[in-house]
Design a protein around this ligand. Sequence first.
Ligand code: NAP
Length: 474
Amino acid sequence: MISKKQMFINGEWRQGATSYELKSPFSGEVVAHIPFSTKDDVLEAIEAAKKAREKMKALTVLERSQILGRVADLFEEQLEECALILTQENAKPLIAARGEILRTIETYRFAAEEAKQLTGEMIPMDAAKGGKGKLGFTKREPLGVIGAITPFNFPFNLVAHKLGPAFAAGNTVVLKPASQTPLSALKTAEIFESAGLPAGALNVVIGRGGEVGDLLVTHPDIKLITFTGSLEVGLDIKAKSGLKKTTLELGSNSAVIIDDAEDIQAIADRCVEGAFTYAGQVCISVQRIYIKKDLYETFSQAMLKTLEGWTIGNPAEETTNISALIQEKEAVRAEEWIREAVQAGADIIFGGKRHGSIVEPTILVNTPAHVSINCNEAFAPLVVIHTYDQFEEAISNVNDSQYGLQAGVYTTSLEKAFQAIDKIEVGGVIINDIPSFRVDQMPYGGVKNSGTGREGIKYAMEEMTELKLAVFNL
Ligand code: NAP
């Protein structure tokens, strides 16, 4: 029987006045009936979160940390169930889905630890002439109600990157997950409820971004919008949010430079993984590869060899590497981008075809700089390989992008590694690995059109707190 889900407001599970059918992106089958939150539901959720601020304030740091630790324990116990939710709602292949839950557990564990590290500092007031006889210190206070808007691609772990730091710092949250991935958000709420989070501290509302999302973005009681998603929506949120604080974690067309290689097969394996895991629907997916000319032939052959072992199919099967994109229209767009590149002179050296919502892992070469696959975010299993002669030329090509999230550089030269760190315009430079590398406590975020602000628990907690100064006139 298909389950009928409820939204979560003020610690209560509620029916919606209307609902929609959530369909599997892979099979098209109805997976669950999901309630639509009305405007009144959203306003009630905000009010509940506002009232719950006092309950969060009453918790000690230890209690907040213990709740987050219990959340991690509960995810551990329900790992397989959570992974299966992902295969259903966003067609993430089981192996990758388990990987996401393992990271989610780690994210909540980091949050439990970081809750205990939120400190202020003593200010040497009398270092100024006018500061004689004064004692000053800072403390970090929670902002209050946080509006969290999350995307479909890592719906457990990216929600954890909002809820973990928000609760670790003593805030309350109204969460709006992507319409295609509400099951993971509701499961998360169930887990927080079991872990003893005070009623009203977490509210999950569901509905179209332009409606529910807009209400959160413009509501005066929401002090910060923490958003992960596309550039287009990020710009809309920025335009509508006025003076409200915003953290915007947006997209990218990430690049890797391969300048020299001790083990070219190992690098090719990592590039295949970075470009095609979860069908390229990862914000730091490898989309552009710049390789020194003399390495190209061996490298491209090594990539093709690895891809021969990749399987396309049902996300719920253990052996599947690539499954459906989130919507068929995204697969049609990817096919269109391939066609555009080929018409402009590109060659396909692997894949290139679409089967319904599935796009084959595709490698293109000889793509002119102006085509979509070079300039925009693919969010599909497409990667381009370019060759170069000079390292400086590769850096300049990497920077020729509206985005700047992370970049990878393979080099055995320390000088070139530092040159890359200095010159590449991104939030993170990864030496001797792909740009897709991420662990959940590191500072993570972009420059240029990849966004503003940083996640990684400690850094997100800074965004989610206000610095307050206290001065004693002794
Ligand atoms: P999206 O279309 O921008 O949607 C993200 C969220 O915003 C969803 O919950 C969506 O709701 C909501 N939304 C849509 N329109 C809105 C509006 N006008 N006001 C407020 N909220 C609105 O992104 P997506 O397709 O789910 O995710 C893919 C994008 O996320 C890619 O660009 C990817 O690079 C980026 N991403 C970035 C990071 C990072 O950390 N930098 C991580 C993961 C993903 P509906 O689902 O109801 O439309």
